[in-house]
Design a protein around this ligand. Structure first.
Ligand SMILES: C[S@@+](CC[C@H](N)C(=O)[O-])C[C@H]1O[C@@H](n2cnc3c(N)ncnc32)[C@H](O)[C@@H]1O
Length: 380
């Protein structure tokens, strides 16, 4: 593949690997009843994702007993400087099984035209600069029922609480910086996706979510209908800025906030939300993707594989995650309690506890803060 002056970030490898695995799963079995698949790479740069879709995801021989599937790939980027190289790069995957539609439009225009012409997609990869929120509703409008959206946000400053005004403007939320801010950012982004889907009477199902340090990556299935009671998965997360105690409430049952356990200063909650309180990963889906490598010629980076393995083990629940350095500081310990010891000790007391896959060095637990503090003291 050739690169020009435009945008290409090698560090986005995990997100590209995820995109290839999703495509591979859809083409080779995930959507068995569909004979005509249509995928959209809305902001393709030089076309690395569709090239990999073509070379890796659909490279396996099709089962000759079944009716062959047709595949249409729409590949778009607004930067006209990319176009020549994009077309040249895509020649590698030109064959009878794939029909390519390459365009050089603003995403807004392409989505409006697709909606008007009733063109819909089974998979949309939206890898944009900054916040993707302006594209969410038009993208969801052209996604097939149960279709998958893979999106990126590099709007890190606002959704991690470092630019609160911007978080209100782009996501309509309160965002406060805190030790679990990557996770908070993913949950804020999922909350925004849920709202846009619900406005269209569609539901959401998070499949695989992570942060690669610069960008927040979310793969989400957009359901045909809103699952029952999905509204109860939106709420507010509070964290005491003195002791670090955490608390959450759903929007449905929002009432006055309890006092936190700070003895002297009476606490002071910093609130994040509204955000998604539900799971972040779909274990079965991630396991299925990881198994594809054994059968199909997908080239998944070792680091990406390790990341997906970690995500598979951490659904994102219980909701509260804790940084051991933060616990040590807030509780006045001599040093952070070893993560594994802490998890073991919590489990011995019948609490749920495991490592967070979103933020290294953090644990998730359902133990009340008073119990967690006590066990930290014992472990340190
Ligand atoms: C993050 S890069 C995409 C990288 C590519 N998907 C990859 O994996 O290497 C974002 C791309 O979006 C394009 N872009 C920015 N705004 C756009 C818009 N409104 N419509 C279409 N393309 C846009 C840029 O030209 C840039 O190539």
């Amino acid at each position: 593949m050739e690169l020009g002056e435009g945008f290409f970030r090698p560090a986005a490898r995990a997100s590209r690997d995820l995109s290839v695995l999703i495509a591979c799963d859809q083409f080779n079995g995930g959507l068995t009843s569909i004979s005509e698949l249509r995928w959209l790479e809305l902001m393709s740069g030089y076309g690395i994702r569709p090239i990999r879709w073509g070379l890796e995801a659909i490279a396996s021989k099709q089962n000759t007993k079944k009716k062959p599937r047709s595949l249409e790939m729409w590949i778009n980027d607004a930067n006209s400087d990319c176009l020549d190289l994009l077309e040249k790069n895509l020649r590698q995957i030109t064959n009878k099984r794939i029909s390519l539609r390459i365009s050089n439009s603003l995403a807004q225009d392409l989505l409006a035209r697709a909606f008007f012409e009733k063109q819909t997609f089974h998979f949309v990869d939206l890898d944009c600069f900054g916040s993707p929120n302006i594209f969410l509703q038009p993208v969801i409008q052209v996604l097939q029922p149960e279709g998958i959206l893979l999106l990126s946000s590099t709007d890190a400053r606002s959704i991690t609480g470092h630019d609160r005004s911007s978080a209100i403007r782009t996501s309509f939320v309160s965002a406060r910086s805190n030790p679990s801010n990557w996770e908070i950012a993913l949950r804020i982004q999922l909350g925004v996706i849920a709202r846009q889907a619900w406005l269209l009477r569609r539901g959401i199902e998070p499949l695989c979510c992570f942060c690669d340090g610069r960008a927040f990556r979310i793969a989400v299935r957009i359901n045909r209908l809103i699952p029952t009671h999905q509204e109860s998965l939106i709420g507010i997360l509070g964290r005491c800025q003195f002791c670090g105690a955490q608390s959450s409430q759903t929007l449905l049952s929002l009432k006055s906030w309890q006092e936190c356990s700070c003895n002297s200063r009476k606490g002071s909650w910093l609130f994040n939300g509204p955000l998604w309180l539900g799971p972040l990963q779909e274990k079965i889906f991630i396991s299925k993707l990881l198994a594809l490598e054994k059968v199909h010629p997908v080239h998944i980076d070792e680091q990406s594989k390790k990341l997906f393995e970690r995500l598979k083990l951490d659904s994102g629940l219980p909701l509260f995650s804790w940084d051991t350095n933060e616990l040590s500081k807030n509780l006045g310990l001599k040093g952070p309690p070893p993560l594994n010891h802490l998890i073991e000790a919590l489990r011995k007391k019948n609490f749920k506890a495991h490592q967070s896959a979103i933020m290294q060095g953090q644990l998730r637990t359902d133990a009340p803060f008073s119990q967690l503090s006590k066990i930290c003291h014992e472990c340190s």
